[in-house]
Design a protein around this ligand. Structure first.
Ligand code: GSH
Length: 243
């Protein structure tokens, strides 16, 4: 390479590095979260896994933060999570996880959705199963337990929902393929973990529910692996920290 070529290369390199710095300085990522919300928590884990710089906006359900006009403009359904990246607004947790992974494929600790089409399909399958079967199974029970006073609980409904959750947890116990749901850590793990963690909170309200006893040994070990991730503690729902 000639002297001119070398200098030109260095100048160009300096310019590229400068442009990248400028782009990073201008890049803004805002993450609207709600403490304890499983869909928000999965995105939070995804952001941490990808080591992306973001500003956390922790909204309060009880203070009505999701009902404000400002937030309604971001998500007319008034739900978290919402991601705003340089003016691009996106709601729906799975869409956000896919977007983050496609827009920042090489960031942080690797892919949330594997490159291989079949492996990726399995991740998507587990996500769908988590939302449509496990989520549906436990939803009615948790609505009773967390949104009503204990004297108003519909015990028959809770027992029915608990039974369905037990069947779903047994299904995932059989299906887990290794250290993580599909073998390697992925968006599927970040989707299922917060759901089970929330279900386990029901035991704090009524230990007789014994949700803990429904989680088999493989899933229990898997939960331990998620909790050992170096960024896990940062994502723990703030209002869970004291109990
Ligand atoms: N399908 C949505 C579900 C989002 C959702 O249901 N979020 C709940 C929290 S878990 C919410 O924001 N609810 C509003 C409220 O309770 O006022 C997603 O995956 O992002």
């Amino acid at each position: 390479m000639t002297r001119e070529g070398i200098d030109g290369f260095h100048d160009r390199w300096r310019l590229d590095a400068g442009a990248q710095y400028l782009q990073e300085a201008l890049m803004s990522m805002m993450f609207y979260c709600g403490s304890g919300s499983p869909p928000a928590w999965r995105v939070w884990l995804g952001l941490e896994h990808k080591q992306l710089p973001y500003e956390l906006k922790m909204l309060s359900f009880s203070a009505g933060d999701l009902k404000t006009e400002e937030f309604t403009q971001l998500n007319p359904r008034q739900k978290v999570p919402v991601l705003v990246e340089n003016g691009f607004v996106l709601c729906e947790s799975v869409a956000i996880l896919e977007y983050l992974d496609e827009r920042h494929p090489v960031a942080g600790r690797g892919r949330l959705f594997p490159d291989d089409a079949r492996e990726r399909a399995l991740v998507r399958r587990f996500i769908q199963e988590t939302d449509w079967y496990l989520g549906m199974a436990m939803g009615r029970m948790l609505r009773e337990i967390f949104h009503k006073a204990e004297e108003e609980w519909d015990r028959a409904l809770i027992a029915d929902s608990r039974g369905k959750l037990a069947a779903e947890l047994a299904h995932f116990e059989r299906q887990i393929r290794g250290d993580y749901l599909t073998g390697v850590l992925s968006a599927a793990d970040f989707t299922l973990y917060p759901m089970i963690a929330l279900a386990l909170r029901a035991d704090l309200k009524d230990p007789a529910l014994a949700i803990r006893t429904l989680v088999g040994p493989k899933l229990t070990a898997w939960m331990g692996r998620i909790e050992a991730l170096p960024y896990f503690a940062r994502t723990l729902p703030p209002h869970w920290k004291n109990n």
